[in-house]
Write a protein that binds this ligand. Structure first.
Ligand code: NCD
Length: 311
């Protein structure tokens, strides 16, 4: 029998992005994560599932919840998890990404979780390491596990993604969360709108099959889900946004703005959130907010990802 095309072999071994992913490949992640979420609640997880496997969290960029949840995910399945952060690695001594890859190969790493400020860095590593690579956020490109955990959170509330209207609001330009969510949600049959100031919405975004709105009043109307984004000042060259106070006045989510969405619309935020900049504290802490559930689903989704990629 002929060997499967290399593209498929690679595609299944790594999780580099969700762009172009078919629902039949998305659903197994969500279904397995759903059962891991239940096991997490009862504190009964299969500790032998990844026993003997090594997971390295290779983070070239700051992260709290993503790194921690990959660490917990690996440990709950019995893997040995090691965290490598830039500050303590040889990168500061001038080692290239590819030398780092060679080192990781020599250490016989099974799963490599990579966050990097440059789009495409995890894909580059994936070509050079024997381990399965999971993209934990690369530049402004993709953040596949965030999109999966967001999809799972939404699916738990509505039973499906199909036919829902999701408004993704704020700094879309710099957001890998927005990009991965657009790909995944549209693939699953949701209607996606992006909402924000023209300076923070890429001109070509319509090509991804989304509607573009420049006011919250238009963008949130009758939405089932309102997903807020952090303003990523660290990726801005300056001059793209006004002051935080002015930003909140036009694009911040408070109860008054939320009222034009569907009653009981779900409020989401990938974190870290800036209270009073993109979201009012009362909305973030209200019972419409799924922000804490997103964090909970994050661990479950990462368990499913580590598990499925190591089969
Ligand atoms: C996001 C990220 O790093 O892309 N955070 C996260 O992973 N939870 C969003 C952000 O930094 O604003």
């Amino acid at each position: 029998r002929a060997a499967p095309p290399r593209f498929f072999a690679q595609h299944a071994r790594h999780l580099l992005g969700v762009q172009g992913m078919h629902p039949s490949r998305i659903e197994p992640f969500l279904d397995l994560a759903e059962s891991y979420a239940l096991m997490n609640r009862s504190r009964k997880t299969p500790r032998d599932r990844l026993r003997g496997r090594t997971v390295i969290n290779l983070f070239f960029e700051d992260s709290t919840r993503t790194r921690t949840s990959f660490e917990l995910a690996g440990k709950r399945l019995g893997a040995d998890v090691v965290n490598m952060t830039v500050a303590s690695s040889s990168v500061n001594k001038g080692e290239t990404l590819l030398d780092t890859a060679a080192t990781l190969n020599a250490m016989r790493t099974d799963l490599l979780v990579v966050r990097h400020s440059q789009s495409g860095a995890p894909a580059l590593l994936a070509r050079k390491v024997e381990a399965s690579v999971v993209n934990a956020g690369d530049g402004t490109h993709e953040h596949p596990t965030q999109a999966l955990l967001d999809a799972l959170t939404i699916r738990r509330h509505f039973g499906t993604l199909h036919g829902l209207t999701v408004a993704i609001c704020g700094d879309v330009s710099h957001s890998r969360v927005a990009r991965s969510n657009i790909h995944l949600l549209t693939a699953m049959g949701a209607r996606v709108r992006v909402v924000g100031p023209p300076t923070l919405i890429p001109g070509a975004i319509g090509a991804l099959g989304v509607d573009v709105h420049y006011t919250m009043e238009d963008g949130l109307r009758d939405a089932d889900v309102v997903m807020m984004l952090r303003m990523q000042r660290e990726r801005m060259s300056g001059g793209q946004v006004p002051s935080a106070r002015e930003y909140f006045r036009f694009y911040g989510l408070d109860h008054k703005r939320l009222a034009v969405a569907r009653p009981q619309a779900l409020v989401m935020h990938p974190g870290p959130m800036n209270r009073g900049v993109e979201i009012d504290s009362r909305v973030a802490d209200s019972d419409q907010s799924a922000i804490r559930e997103q964090v909970e689903m994050g661990v479950a989704v990462r368990m499913a990802v580590l598990d499925l990629l190591s089969r």
